[in-house]
Unconditional design. Sequence first.
Length: 328
Amino acid sequence: MVKINQQILGCLLGGALGDALGYPVEFDQWVEIKEKYGEKGINFANFSGIPLISDDTQMTLFTANALLLEGDVLHNFWDCYQEWLETQFKFHKSDLSQAPKTWLIDYPEIFASREPGRTCIMALMHGQCGTMVRPINQSKGGGAIMRVAPLGLQPQRFTPNQVMQLAAESAALTHGHPLSWLTAAFMAELMQQLLVTQDTLRCCVLTTLQLIKKYFSQIPAIKELVINVERVLQLASEKTEIPISQLGSGAVAEEALAIALYCSLKYENNFSQAIIQAVNHDGDSDSTAALTGQILGCAHGVNDFPREFAAKLELRTAIVKMAWELSK
């Protein structure tokens, strides 16, 4: 009998926990968050209601489901994202325009529009997928990096170069800016390094940086990504904390990655604190916290998760099932 891989479960569930904590305050100003939740902001203890996932976790699950299908991986991504698109406007699987490709459609909760990224929506509605050679826009929004982690969770299937290439190509389906491709490739390969090597997070970040720097050496934007990651590594090693705003708002891919890496490295042994830091700022709180949760969940598994919050999480059963499927 196949046992569920705790790091794979940690990645998917950890990302969803961060997403759900950040969703109520997405793009709220820090001063507004403090007015509502207190001087230290929102956290797992003062959260009220049902923890709802946003489009970040929805699209991550559709990415994962695409990996379970036979055939061309990129085509499967596109088809599954088209199916996700329908869940944003329809109410039941009987309303779909064609036969379902994913088993996610069997969960009524998946039919929910949770502030989906405009770039993803517009690109998918356009009906023609972008490529790295023929980009359909110049967006470097975070809609590609936040969904790509599952690609790094099947090391028995993909080499590091294959992971990076597929992640970049999957990002290009909807986002045309090279930094979107590169950050997606970085995130997916970091998941693979964490899953395979069992090295420290810092070592895995450094290894991933070297791999991506070499593989994408011909793309000029790689220099900006490298500088960005090296800056985060330096900041995270310092004793003093910095305001998250110094890293940006998380609205674009390289800022989302920087915030997630900083929070993960700074609070590597305290999952809840890392997520709280990733949420409480003037920006894309659910995406930055989702990425942070994916990173630390993949690094350490589920043992440090806030259990009461996790028990109430929307679509928890589907997330656990997906982790089990990917563990085969």
